[in-house]
Design a protein around this ligand. Sequence first.
Ligand code: FEO
Ligand code: CA
Ligand code: CA
Length: 693
Amino acid sequence: MTTTGNRRRTLPLLTDGPHGSRSAATCFYKCGNACDHPEPNTSGNTHISSVLQRALGRRAVLGGTGAGLGMLVLGGSLGSAAVAGTAGSGGTGTAAAGGWTPVAPNVRDNLTVPDGFRSRTVMAWGDKVYADAPAFDPHAQTPESAARQFGYNSDYVGVLPINDAQALLVNNHEYTNEELMFPAGVYSPDEIKKIAIQSHGLSVVKLQRVGGPTSGEWRAADPDNRYNRRITGTTPFDLTGPAAGDARLRTTADPSGRRVLGTFNNCSGGTTPWGTVLAGEENFNQYFGASGAKDPRYATSYARYGITGTGDRGWKDVDPRFDLTAEPHEPFRFGWIVEVDPFDPTSTPRKHTMLGRFKHEGANIQIAPNGHAVAYMGDDERGDYLYKFVSADTFDPRDTQAAKLRNLQLLTRGTLYVARLTGDDPRALDAAGSFTPADGVFDGTGEWIPLTSDTTSYVEGWSVADVLIDTRLAADKVAPTRMDRPEDVQPNPVNGRIYASLTNNSKRGSTFAVDEANPLAASYVRDAIGAPLTKESGNRNGYVIELTEAGGDHAGTRFAWTLLLVCGDPESAETWFSGFPKDQVSPISCPDNLAFDSRGNLWIATDGNVLGSNDGLFRCPVDGPSRGRVEQFLTVPLGAETCGPLVTHDDRSVWVAVQHPGEATGSTFDSPASTWPHTHDFPRPGVVVTWKA
Ligand code: FEO
Ligand code: CA
Ligand code: CA
């Protein structure tokens, strides 16, 4: 029970879903009940800124992904003592080494941060984005009001400086939880769908630093229509790259095949060295229904992408382009990486076909030593692949308009690759059916297999456009490694290595054979904090993998890999923290979005904790004696996942998005499982900054 004002409520259970710990609500809203459908990958393949900152004028990334041009230089207020390379003598429960005491697992309906830190919800669902937006009123929502207010279910967080005191927040709005957004009996089903379409997309919001230049505290500035912007499910986008204009991308409304209305299911993303933001269109399949037969020409493609035409959100009832029977090509216009220039609010955002079409988690850019821009990407589905793109042209670091125009074309020409990972040990299975490496380490080598350039396809019998539109099917032909839901793939700006989170896969060891990179056929979970560990089949807690490009060449085709973390409760034998003492780490489950601080420490957000706790954000050094020391920095409220972590370049601010607070079976607007951020008696997803008090 929880008390909200003087009302007492029964909290719906958070662990009553059909798919592990995920609630039925999560399964429906987040990924369209993907677990209930056959794995789309039926191939036989192996399973498995201060930087640009001043250089780009004020358009430097504040931290996170755009690096590659230099080291992020966080001062240390968030824990410079806990940097990579320092002695790892600290244990959990003390303030040793990190300057903060790790947050313990909990099920509070709050954002919990270490002692000595403060947090603010900077923007939440319904807040004004435009100065003339209507005030938030959940009983008087319209599509027009939603298009001018902050959207739902915040995910990726980008913070791009304007000057020392001001910055732009760019935030994805991945999806909607209609049962938590709308009071019962107020809206018609069609009204709800139209509002939901406008509650997707992205927001750009001007920020104001509170205090002097050394302060880590930020708030939203008064809405400033010179910068602030909503991009929604109906905003026009231009398609770029070799597949733009292809017959499969043409529809009744767009015979050119080059202009798409809207973006949705924007999950994670990345901030580029040229001052734009990338976002991944992830579970786009769930938005399409079918009023009748589906075009048989696309049966194989639809199946590989999980486009079933059933169990959808019913958007076809308010816009026929979401009806596969009427518009069989509309789904080919989603599943791309989109690029938004937040400094040019009149610019038309773009979808880059050159980066392939799949369930894009996000894209993160590293500038290779030879100047080419490399985008690292994951396809978030059980058994799908890691990808990278290498630009044909080189990054221009100058702070000129000409350089910017040139850099804005970098993602339109180049080569798309998919990863194959090979272990260095012979296959050997333990009693549980898990892979046991003879050398005691999950590691090996890998290669980036070219799929297509902008002019030449490397998949026999497939055109360039074929590869880019049906990327999953094309990749199936070249034997890449089937991974356990690749999410963020993030270059470390300090050591140059690449880190990817592999969230989980309950069917590893059954549908998907184990291998050295995907080793677990069984793992341990808890129903609640303090409850006994119980064994379940598959990889339930996920991994973080580290890739080292051969010769440090991000544009090359060979790499080495090792599992940095086999996540879970450190009491479980199967977990691995790169050899760091397990009695000194925090339990961690289901790694998802990643970030780096100025010292190159990895920050890991989680989604779907199966150890009884709310999700959280963790710091993990990756070099030196502290490598593998996972410590929890914060937890998010009940029912929420942690998204969009960002540590600013001065190390003074940690940003996260709190996505779907209160998402639980039986949880509704009128009887929610969470009321975070406690401004109302229902939950409001949003973006939070944390700083040292
Ligand atoms: Fe939207 Fe891959 O999580
Ligand atoms: Ca090995
Ligand atoms: Ca995610």
